[in-house]
Design a protein around this ligand. Structure first.
Ligand SMILES: Nc1ncnc2c1ncn2[C@@H]1O[C@H](COP(=O)(O)OP(=O)(O)OP(=O)(O)O)[C@@H](O)[C@H]1O
Ligand SMILES: [Mg+2]
Length: 256
């Protein structure tokens, strides 16, 4: 797929891409706050395994992710995720879609790691002892079994972020939405999480400024003032965004 200035559906299926029934569709979507249009996206189909969202602060990345998990509902148009309309099937979305907040403190609600990871399972009707067992097995698989009874507040930011990711994975969603998951992490933690995220089978949509990771993605969408400015492969979109940022940055330097 070559880069397109609008969010057109990919014309050809690529290695690792899925059917739209498992992916995400934005159909003539507008999202307004008060009298202001914050996002307008039409005819967008996301079915690749790794999709990055980039753009300046306030360009609409978090808004777009929140429209995908039903935290925000479109003012006009339709968002469909894994075959579910986010308005009509809002309650069914959490079973399909996991959402990672930028700040783990906005996500973590239980005192201990084990409770946090088990919560999503009990929410889905799994009896508490079985949920605890499954949570323990997951923690063990990621080498974190020793954290099970730890107070989440005693973990570092990166460790908390990992607990959030495990809590999402416990419920086996088919789609993961991640809002700048690495913003506050140190390099070793970031590299460890890259490795874990690379190995995940889920379709992932990630808002990020981390070009090193995004270079490996299948598709990058550049948002500009609530519109798709460019949509294509990392090799096309990332340098274009970087060039634009350099021009804007240089302009500021000249006027300051
Ligand atoms: N709670 C809110 N109330 C009013 N306007 C908001 C609210 N949240 C976001 N906006 C506005 O919506 C627009 C898009 O914001 P959004 O948070 O989606 O941007 P973003 O690309 O995620 O930015 P950042 O890189 O800073 O995280 C911005 O103009 C912002 O001011
Ligand atoms: Mg944001």
């Amino acid at each position: 797929m070559s880069a397109t200035v609008r969010g057109e559906a990919p014309r050809e299926s690529r290695h690792g891409s899925r059917g739209v029934a498992e992916g995400i569709v934005f159909d003539e979507v507008q999202f307004r706050r008060a009298d202001r249009q914050v996002l307008a996206v039409s005819g967008l189909c996301l079915a690749e395994r790794r999709i990055g969202l980039i753009g300046d602060n306030g360009s609409g990345k978090s808004t777009m992710l929140r429209l995908m998990n039903g935290l925000l509902l479109p003012t006009r148009g339709r968002v469909e995720v894994a075959g579910l309309d986010t308005v009509r099937h809002r309650k069914r979305l959490p079973a399909k879609v996991g959402f990672l907040f930028q700040n783990p403190d906005h996500q973590l609600i239980f005192p201990t790691v084990g409770e946090e990871v088990a919560f999503g399972l009990t929410e889905r009707g799994i009896p508490a002892p079985q949920a605890r067992q499954q949570a323990m097995a997951l923690l063990d698989r990621y080498g974190c079994a020793q954290w099970a009874d730890c107070n989440v507040n005693e973990l570092s930011g990166g460790q908390k972020q990992l607990v959030c990711i495990l809590a999402l994975l416990a419920t086996e969603p088919s789609i993961l939405l991640m809002d700048e998951p690495f913003a506050s992490l140190d390099l070793p933690t970031r590299l460890r999480l890259y490795r874990r995220i690379r190995a995940l089978p889920q379709l992932i949509v990630m808002a990020s400024h981390d070009f090193e990771l995004l270079t490996e993605f299948d598709r990058i969408i550049w948002l500009d003032a609530g519109h798709i400015r460019l949509d294509g492969r990392p090799a096309e979109v990332l340098p274009a965004y970087r060039a634009q940022a350099t021009i804007v940055g240089a302009g500021d330097a000249l006027t300051s």
